[in-house]
Ligand binder design. Structure first.
Ligand SMILES: *[C@@H]1O[C@H](CO)[C@@H](O)[C@H](O)[C@H]1NC(C)=O
Ligand SMILES: *[C@@H]1O[C@H](CO)[C@@H](O)[C@H](O)[C@H]1NC(C)=O
Ligand SMILES: *[C@@H]1O[C@H](CO)[C@@H](O)[C@H](O)[C@H]1NC(C)=O
Ligand SMILES: *[C@@H]1O[C@H](CO)[C@@H](O)[C@H](O)[C@H]1NC(C)=O
Length: 279
């Protein structure tokens, strides 16, 4: 079992990779970064069960900490330049300082928790701050850890993904498979803008798991439609999830079993399903 078998089915806004030379540049201390380096923000939430599944498959012995209330949690707030990913790591000297979170910590533990049981409690925050937060901070609106992380808390309150989905009878499940076009439509209708969905594909089993939902904002914090990716051409929705196959929104119960048993169950389901509904 290696992470290599997980293919993030071509990330919607990440398809256009910066040339290698440009990427190397991000790894040295930037002195030339400026506000004009990004013009939009992706607010990304992930489904902890899928995050956990991938983490566990990554290395035997990996454990997860799933949030008690079984909700979508924050992955990060990512500044982007139109049509490409990043910038990243805009200030290598601005190391994450947990003390700067102050009173936000208890709330962040609920809405922006680290799922990877083998990492420290702060590990996701540290990564997000140093990779993305230092770039967001080029804008005074995000000019401190407090401001950056607090924005996540505000957005997660405004956009209650778990509730929106359940109101449309889209609930985590081991047995039901969902049409991503309908998930997309449910979110778009309630939120009022086109979100971007992302899936993880397990090539051993052929299972496709819903993993992330991203909302797109302009720099001035106005919610906008996430853009269609040219390279996805005919695909109707802004997603890297297949629209011609049903996907899994996995329930927490998945993890009462070992991942091997879990896989076998899904395998059987697919088998039984195809027997009754030949395609
Ligand atoms: C992860 O953490 C668990 C529980 O602390 C431990 O048993 C396991 O050995 C760790 N695995 C790795 C790969 O570090
Ligand atoms: C980078 O971070 C350091 C440490 O927080 C800060 O003093 C400095 O002003 C920052 N540099 C830029 C260009 O923002
Ligand atoms: C999903 O729903 C759309 C719209 O109703 C439909 O056109 C499409 O065939 C469905 N996809 C699957 C895989 O069932
Ligand atoms: C698949 O079908 C067989 C018999 O038709 C049944 O015994 C088995 O429990 C089913 N598996 C699942 C996962 O539903």
């Amino acid at each position: 079992m290696t992470t290599a078998k997980w293919i993030a089915v071509a990330c919607v806004l990440a398809v256009i990779q910066p040339p290698v030379k440009a990427r190397v540049m991000f790894d040295i201390v930037r002195t030339d970064v400026s506000l004009s380096e990004w013009d939009s923000l992706l607010f990304t939430v992930h489904w902890p069960v899928t995050t956990c599944l991938i983490w566990k498959e990554g290395k035997p012995g990996h454990t997860c900490i799933l949030p008690e209330n079984h909700v979508w949690t924050i992955h990060g707030i990512w500044p982007n330049q139109d049509g490409k990913e990043g910038p990243f790591f805009c200030n290598r000297t601005w190391i994450f300082n947990p003390d700067q979170l102050g009173t936000l910590r208890p709330q962040l533990l609920k809405v922006w928790p680290n799922i990877h049981g083998n990492d420290t409690e702060d590990s996701l925050w540290k990564h997000e701050w140093e990779k993305h937060g230092t770039c967001a901070a080029l804008d005074p609106k995000f000019g401190s850890e407090q401001l950056y992380f607090n924005q996540g808390i505000q957005w997660v309150k405004n956009y209650h993904i778990t509730k929106i989905l359940s109101q449309h009878l889209i609930v985590p499940s081991m047995s039901t498979r969902y049409n991503v076009t309908l998930i997309h439509k449910a979110l778009k209708d309630v939120i009022g803008a086109i979100p971007s969905l992302s899936c993880e594909y397990d090539k051993d089993t052929g299972n496709i798991y819903l993993s992330e939902i991203r909302l797109c904002f302009q720099r001035d914090m106005v919610l906008v439609d996430c853009k269609h990716n040219q390279q996805l051409g005919a695909v109707q929705s802004v997603t890297n999830c297949p629209t011609n196959k049903l996907i899994i929104y996995p329930g927490k119960a998945s993890f009462i079993k070992t991942s091997r048993q879990h896989k076998r169950m899904f395998h059987q389901k697919v088998h039984n399903h195809s027997k009754h509904n030949p395609k």
